[in-house]
Design a protein around this ligand. Structure first.
Ligand SMILES: Cc1cc2nc3c(=O)[nH]c(=O)nc-3n(C[C@H](O)[C@H](O)[C@H](O)COP(=O)(O)O)c2cc1C
Length: 206
């Protein structure tokens, strides 16, 4: 089996917004799928290690902002490489609010949003799969939605030549999602990237 085939699956990119009463939080996800249109339902898969998983389980509500190709790496850094367990990711960040009171991104980085209510949650081990009704949705710009492929080609900073040559001398594995380097001869089979929380499938040898 060629497990790299999984990288041929196309995804969009989103910021998932939640609020458990203490503070609003946002988290980058790529796992939004519309599963039925009548009723209008989506699924999202959220790592059990993420603060967002906890907050959705507590409240049962979330918003999804669809990232457009105008979004820059700073959005990914803010919402994808830090956890709401440690910091307030919405501090000094300008966003709008949907009718359900949860945040949504502005039209300079997003082309639309969905407000959702969870109807079922299934623990998949590393992640929880949430099935949710879409209660409200709006288009806010006509910009193209950002795909994972676009993010890799145009948004994610490329490793600098000197860093790459340093890494070549190291023994280890690089996370293709965020660039984190694990140093060691072998990658533990249950290893999870400490920055972006992707599993071993996202790592390539240096
Ligand atoms: C491109 C990209 C895609 C990601 N996709 C997902 C995803 O689908 N599900 C998930 O749980 N985390 C995903 N992450 C990781 C989370 O965004 C990251 O762990 C975040 O820091 C969690 O924040 P939180 O603890 O405040 O919820 C992704 C990160 C990046 C950079």
């Amino acid at each position: 089996m060629n497990s790299n085939t999984m990288f041929k699956i196309s995804y969009g990119l989103y910021v998932l917004f939640t609020n458990c009463g203490k503070k609003m939080n946002g988290c980058i996800i790529n796992t939004v799928n519309q599963v039925t249109s009548q009723p209008n339902r989506i699924t999202i898969a959220v790592s059990n290690a993420n603060y967002s998983c906890e907050t959705i389980k507590k409240t049962g509500f979330f918003n999804v902002s669809i990232l457009s190709e105008k979004a820059k790496f700073d959005i990914f850094k803010r919402f994808g490489f830090a956890t709401g367990k440690d910091i307030d990711k919405l501090k000094d960040f300008l966003c709008d609010t949907a009718n359900n009171g949860l945040p949504i991104l502005k039209s300079d980085v997003s082309n639309g949003w969905l407000s959702c209510k969870v109807i079922e949650a299934k623990d998949l081990g590393t992640h929880t799969l949430f099935l949710a009704d879409v209660l409200d949705a709006e288009i806010i710009s006509e910009d193209e939605a950002m795909t994972y492929a676009y993010y890799h080609a145009n948004v994610k900073p490329k490793p600098k030549a000197d860093e790459t040559s340093k890494d070549v001398k190291k023994k280890g594995f690089r996370c293709v999602i965020c660039g984190f380097v694990y140093e060691g001869e072998t990658l533990p089979p249950d290893y999870i990237c400490p920055l972006c929380k992707h599993g071993v499938d996202a790592f390539v040898p240096l």
